[in-house]
Write a protein that binds this ligand. Structure first.
Ligand SMILES: [Zn+2]
Length: 286
């Protein structure tokens, strides 16, 4: 370890909301270093998993050394790598920032390429961020795929989903979304309403064969994708305050008419609140 850290020969910027392990692996790969070797130069001196935000051994000094090695500022790193914002590393009192998304996904490959990102970047995402609205692509798991031609209703649903988040906040919307998703997925794989099951099967057919999957058991990512428009509609209905009419542009049914199966949000309002979102807010991440 040197007292005055060098700048790495190949400098890479982190992707927005990238996992620390993902960024370190990309840096190490680009500079032909082992992850332990890079980590020794930074300070922690240990292995980091690519899909992890584990901060064991990290100190404010380590963040400064990473900034020096990558020729950037600590504030840039803190902005892009949310896990570094915890009090112990910033030395600042905890600010009530936005919650950290507990889910991981590969960054949209087209967005990554546009920014000159090399290698596989793993980012934190909320459910509404699993579809890239810039490129109209699914990147929430499994094969990344364009949606505009085959499943345009998923892109319209994503616009509504993002509006709901802006209006009601990410925690409230995500909790309702997870409840709604639990139900739509049960319906698809079980004894759900025939009109919806037919619609979802049609979308699965449009997606074509999954080369890596069981043709009779769609993968969780495919199930999430084909049920997504109805899940968002149910999310919007569940967020309507009692006594208020639903806002059509936020709860609109894909294809126009709301199926009778989706007209009673009470069915899933009684489901227990999914606590996944609350588990990983900035104060609980470690
Ligand atoms: Zn994109």
């Amino acid at each position: 370890m040197t007292t005055s850290p060098r700048t790495l020969p190949v400098l890479l910027a982190p992707v927005h909301h990238e996992l620390l392990g993902s960024y370190l692996h990309r840096l190490a790969d680009a500079n032909h270093l082992t992850i332990r070797g890079l980590s020794r130069e930074i300070g922690p001196g240990r292995y980091h998993r690519r899909d992890s935000d584990d901060l064991t051994g990290w100190t404010p000094r380590a963040v400064s050394r990473l900034a020096a090695l990558t020729g950037t500022s600590t504030s840039t790193l803190l902005h892009a790598l949310p896990v570094l914002r915890i009090t112990a590393l910033t030395g600042q009192p905890t600010a009530p920032g936005p919650p950290l998304a507990p889910w991981h996904a590969h960054a949209c490959m087209l967005c990554a390429a546009r920014r000159g990102v090399h290698g596989l970047a793993i980012i934190r995402v909320f459910p509404h961020q699993r579809i890239c609205h810039r490129h109209g692509r699914w990147h929430g798991g499994g094969t990344q795929r364009p949606l505009r031609a085959r499943l345009p209703e998923t892109l319209h649903a994503n616009v509504r989903h993002r509006k709901l988040v802006r209006r009601h906040g990410v925690v409230a919307v995500t909790e309702r979304f997870l409840q709604a998703q639990e139900l739509t997925q049960q319906w698809l794989t079980g004894d759900g309403p025939a009109d919806l099951k037919h619609r979802w099967q049609h979308r699965l057919d449009l997606l074509g064969q999954d080369p890596y999957g069981d043709p009779h058991r769609p993968s969780p990512a495919r199930i999430e994708l084909v049920t997504y428009p109805e899940t968002v509609t149910m999310t919007g209905l569940a967020l309507v305050r009692p006594g208020q009419p639903p806002e059509e542009h936020l709860t609109a049914a894909p294809g126009g008419k709301l199926p009778s199966s989706l007209r009673r949000p009470q069915e899933f309002l009684s489901h227990p609140v999914n606590t996944q979102v609350r588990e990983l807010d900035p104060g609980h991440d470690h």
